[in-house]
Write a protein that binds this ligand. Structure first.
Ligand code: 5RP
Length: 238
């Protein structure tokens, strides 16, 4: 079974957690896209839901599928957010932002009573950091900010190449909020909790891709079915 089949399987598993009438945060990325498409089918069949998307990309797809959309100013409190991840560990700490949407993803998840992560089996790691950590940075003074990121990270045992993300034309990648992303190839993040806090204290850093204490449940698509990992209770195969 391919990673994409596993992603679809995890998205199918997440449907069981979406109740009629819910206010739902919709994630970004290829796994979240499976969920949006499945939700579109349910809406077509009469399911009642109001969704807040975490990116312009997800908003465009959801609108195309006829899913009713809102935003956090109109709908400030959500029941649930379902989103993908680039990595997660046993404590359900996540690295996100591979698709460049980490800021809105974190704001939407934080506005939700619960967050469910949907992933393929490759995303589960012992120690976070193999996936380069995305950090969203304001363009003004970005090289100074990047130097500070490097110094702060090194003081917490994280070293490696820090590079500004580029788009397919070799231009700086711009987030939906028109900021840059610096991808930090640390290889290993020994203290993710401290790094997440320290990075966000640097002037010019808008947010970083570490989601700590936010996700409640991971639904992992595997070749055998789905596996659940909950923040409180550990693993329970199903
Ligand atoms: C986007 C994200 C995505 O959730 C993450 O990159 C996972 O993507 P995919 O589902 O395509 O593997 O954080 O900013």
């Amino acid at each position: 079974m391919s990673a994409d089949d596993q992603k679809r399987r995890s998205a199918e598993g997440a449907l069981a957690y979406i109740e009629d009438g819910m206010k739902l945060g919709l994630g970004t990325g290829s796994t979240a896209e499976h969920l949006v498409r499945l939700l579109g089918e349910k809406v077509k069949a009469g399911f009642n839901i109001l969704c807040v998307p975490t990116s312009e990309r997800t908003a465009a797809l959801a609108a195309e599928l006829g899913i009713p959309l809102s935003n956090l100013n109109e709908t400030p409190a959500l029941d649930l957010t379902i989103d993908g991840a680039d990595e997660f560990d046993a404590a359900l700490r996540l690295v996100k932002g591979g698709g460049g949407a980490l800021l809105r993803e974190k704001i939407v998840a934080a506005a939700s009573k619960r967050m469910i992560v949907i992933t393929d089996a490759s995303k589960k790691v012992e120690t976070l950091g193999a996936f380069p950590l995305p950090v969203e940075v304001i363009p003004f003074g970005c090289q100074t900010t990047a130097a500070k990121i490097e110094a702060v990270a090194a003081s917490l045992g994280c070293t490696g190449r820090i590079s500004r993300r580029e788009d397919q034309y070799g231009e700086p990648f711009l987030t939906d909020s028109e900021n840059f992303i610096y991808d930090c190839a640390f290889g290993r993040i020994p203290d993710a909790d401290e790094l997440a806090k320290a990075l966000n204290l640097i002037p010019g850093v808008v947010d970083n891709g570490l989601f700590i204490g936010i996700a409640d449940l991971a639904i992992i698509g595997t070749d055998e079915g789905i596996q659940l990992v909950s923040r409180d209770n550990g693993e329970s195969p199903r």
